[in-house]
Design a protein around this ligand. Structure first.
Ligand SMILES: [Zn+2]
Length: 263
């Protein structure tokens, strides 16, 4: 894969950030995106800048250790800084030499569905397997702290789409279009799952049919999923903190299982 030059990456990131904001996949200053450059550096969106008004010259360049390279712009009287989740992006590039882009957003349907206890790893519609593979949900971590890359690293080593509970999504890809396409597919799928749940639910696609979809989507084992790399399961069972009508049942089951485990 040929990674883009800095000029191309700056333009692509500003355009992608605007698209994410306009489509309401993140709030104005939420989320962050990055691209791996041909010279091995990383181009990332700056911290705290409105994504709908981001300019190519606002993009910050760092090395793989997060050290800022070259000139950084001032905007509204303050010097721009790299994204507050830069450590997450750097961890993703380190564990996945095959990826060229990382997109972190706050997609509302995907967030709502996981908050309500829904499992996005369940395959209710076939096409999601082709766009996203298996969708994982990592354990909760505090945004902007080192807990985020520490928690997500092993998931990003095994999955292209990872949800952070009560926070947002991380999608990775060989290039920015692929990572953005995965965010789009994630949110579209979650929208369908939310409607299905509101309409009374549906059963997942049969296991043997899901296996068929995965072997069609990935005829060869992806390079990052080689034998020897231990992958966490896509979902950590956890009861929702605010139990709704269905959530109460989940909560009771979780408490009963915990009590049984103590005996
Ligand atoms: Zn975030």
């Amino acid at each position: 894969m040929v990674w883009p030059d800095e000029r191309t990456a700056r333009r692509a990131l500003a355009e992608a950030a605007r698209e994410i904001y306009q489509r309401k996949l993140s709030g104005a200053t939420d989320g962050n995106l990055s691209v791996r450059l041909a010279n091995g550096h990383i181009a990332t969106t700056p911290s705290g800048v409105h994504k709908g008004r981001l300019l190519p010259e606002d993009i910050v360049i760092t090395d793989l250790l997060g050290k800022v390279q070259g000139q950084v712009r001032e905007k509204s009287g303050r010097r721009l800084k790299p994204s507050s989740e830069l450590a997450l992006h750097l961890a993703a590039y380190e564990i996945r030499p095959d990826i060229g882009a990382v997109v972190h957003a706050h997609p509302p349907m995907a967030l709502a569905y996981t908050l309500a206890g829904g499992k996005l790893s369940e395959v209710l519609v076939s096409e999601v397997v082709f766009a996203c593979g298996e969708i994982a949900t990592a354990p909760y971590s505090t945004p902007t702290t080192m807990q985020v890359p520490e928690t997500l690293k092993e998931y990003l080593g095994c999955y292209d789409v990872v949800m952070m509970p009560r926070h947002g999504s991380v999608t990775v890809g060989v290039d920015l279009d692929t990572a953005l396409g995965r965010l789009d597919a994630l949110e579209h799928t979650a929208g369908v799952y939310v409607m299905v749940r509101l309409m009374g639910g549906a059963s997942p696609i049969a296991t043997q049919e899901v296996d068929k979809l995965f072997s069609l989507a990935h005829p060869q084992t992806p390079p990052y999923r080689q034998p020897g790399r231990a992958c966490p399961p896509p979902e950590v069972p956890a009861p929702p903190l605010h139990a709704g009508a269905q959530g109460e049942e989940v909560l009771v089951q979780a408490v009963l299982s915990a009590l049984q485990g103590r005996r």
